[in-house]
Design a protein around this ligand. Structure first.
Ligand SMILES: [Cu+2]
Length: 165
């Protein structure tokens, strides 16, 4: 049912766009003669197509602040890196992965050491709360992008991302 709907929508869009695409094509097709096959290897760095707004910071330390943020919000690390989250404010936080927004086959992680998002939520704040001056660590072994949040402040937008490369 949904497939029918979305397919029709796609067809309609394709029809609408193709006129524009053709127009763009014909004007640029004359310039393709320079044939350097591998011209663009430069965009491999930090500002590629991922994560919407914002770049990826290469660090293994994330601060949790009283302004209810993970800072930096998006970090990039290499496989095997241990990431440390430090509570630098007075307000308690959690680091809790979205179970459905971690790479396939990756280990679940959450402060308190839970192996499921449900368990992390059920036990908060008795377990998994990171108080002032405390920290939490997790070692990332599987490549891909992980999204996580702070249980008491998810509504305030306290979410973060770890990209493992
Ligand atoms: Cu928080």
């Amino acid at each position: 049912m949904t497939e029918h709907y979305s397919r029709r929508k796609v067809l309609a869009l394709t029809g609408a766009v193709s006129g524009v695409a053709l127009a763009g094509c014909s004007s640029s097709s004359g310039t393709g003669d320079g044939d350097d096959s591998n011209t663009t290897t430069t965009t491999e760095s930090s500002d590629d197509n991922s994560g919407g707004s914002g770049s990826w910071t290469e660090t293994s330390t994330v601060e949790m602040t009283d302004s209810l943020k993970f800072d930096p919000k998006r970090i990039q690390v290499s496989t095997g890196t241990t990431v440390t989250w430090e509570n630098v404010g007075a307000v308690a936080h959690s680091v809790t992965a979205f179970e459905n927004e971690i790479p396939d086959g990756a280990a679940y992680f959450a402060s308190g050491g839970f192996d499921s998002e449900q368990a992390a939520n059920d036990n908060y704040p008795d377990k998994g709360s990171i108080a002032k001056g405390e920290s939490y660590e997790h070692t990332f072994e599987t490549t891909g992008t992980y999204k996580y949040y702070c249980i008491p402040h998810e509504m305030s937008g306290m979410v973060g991302y770890v990209k493992v490369v």
